[in-house]
Design a protein around this ligand. Structure first.
Ligand code: PGA
Length: 258
């Protein structure tokens, strides 16, 4: 059975005081998560250790870095490595976010290297894919996202890809308030699970958590997450408000699809 995941992506937001308050407010909420549901907080590097301490002993809550470098170590001033994240006990890392691709020139090839290093260092990747508006308008989104998957994660062995998290985030829906409809999300998630099944088999495809990202809000989370192949979400703006993210956590399916 695959995991249902409510993942926050705080991006470049919050002072330390705001970050502490946001985590404390989240921790004060009651969610009655069952064994299949988890919460992952993708927060800025300087606050990872603080967040780990605050989440200590809280089952179902994990911390994620929002990125890491594609080389193992060396003269890369200002960068953060997989080994560093591992050494402070980080569990997850968001890789290949469209903002990294767009503003920092990340290619599928670089993201494949990051995926390998994350796995080597025991970090669970949340691999992001998704098409820009022009591709959606041209109707070639399936081909576009298939290529991202093939070039970034389809080199993995069956045991490496098993249980991985993939986030489908249509670029036109990120931070725009324009959410994919639940039908559009389900259609793409089914396509993604299908290509994983073709490559690795249905049993493995059914272990992959496919999250939807792009203007997930308290008001639309339930209908999106209610779709058969939508296993939760990667949430930007709405994850910065504890009450909203709390509602999004509550929208996770309690009985994940098989
Ligand atoms: P958004 O961001 O929820 O603010 O659209 C999602 C993301 O970029 O992961």
């Amino acid at each position: 059975m695959r995991k249902e995941i409510a993942a926050a992506n705080w991006k470049m937001n919050c002072t330390v005081t705001q970050a502490e308050a946001l985590i404390d407010d989240l921790m004060a909420q009651e969610h009655h998560l069952n064994a299949h549901c988890i919460v992952v907080l993708g927060i800025p590097y300087p606050y990872l250790v603080m967040a780990q301490e605050r989440l200590h002993g809280k089952d179902s809550y994990y911390v994620a870095a929002q990125n890491m470098h594609h080389e193992e170590n060396g003269a890369y001033t200002g960068e953060i490595s997989a080994g560093m994240l591992n050494s402070i006990g980080v569990d997850y890392v968001i890789l290949g976010h469209s903002e990294r691709r767009e503003y920092f020139g990340e290619t599928n090839e670089m993201i494949a290297k990051k995926i390998n290093l994350a796995i080597q260092y025991g970090l669970a990747p949340i691999f992001c894919c998704g098409e820009p508006l022009a591709i959606r308008e041209a109707g070639t989104q399936n081909e576009y996202v298939t290529k991202q998957m093939e070039e970034s994660i389809f080199h993995l062995s069956p045991s490496q890809i098993r249980g991985m998290a993939v986030a489908y985030e249509p670029v036109w829906a990120i931070g725009t308030g324009k959410t994919a409809t639940e039908e559009q999300a389900q259609e793409m998630h089914l396509h993604l699970r299908g290509i994983i099944a073709t490559k690795y088999g249905t049993e493995i495809a059914n272990t992959i958590s496919i999250l939807y990202g792009g203007s997930v809000k308290a008001s639309n989370a339930k209908s999106l997450f209610g779709q058969h192949d939508v296993d939760g979400g990667l949430v930007g703006g709405a994850s910065l408000v504890a009450a909203d993210f709390g509602s999004i956590i509550d929208a996770l399916k309690k009985d994940p699809a098989l």
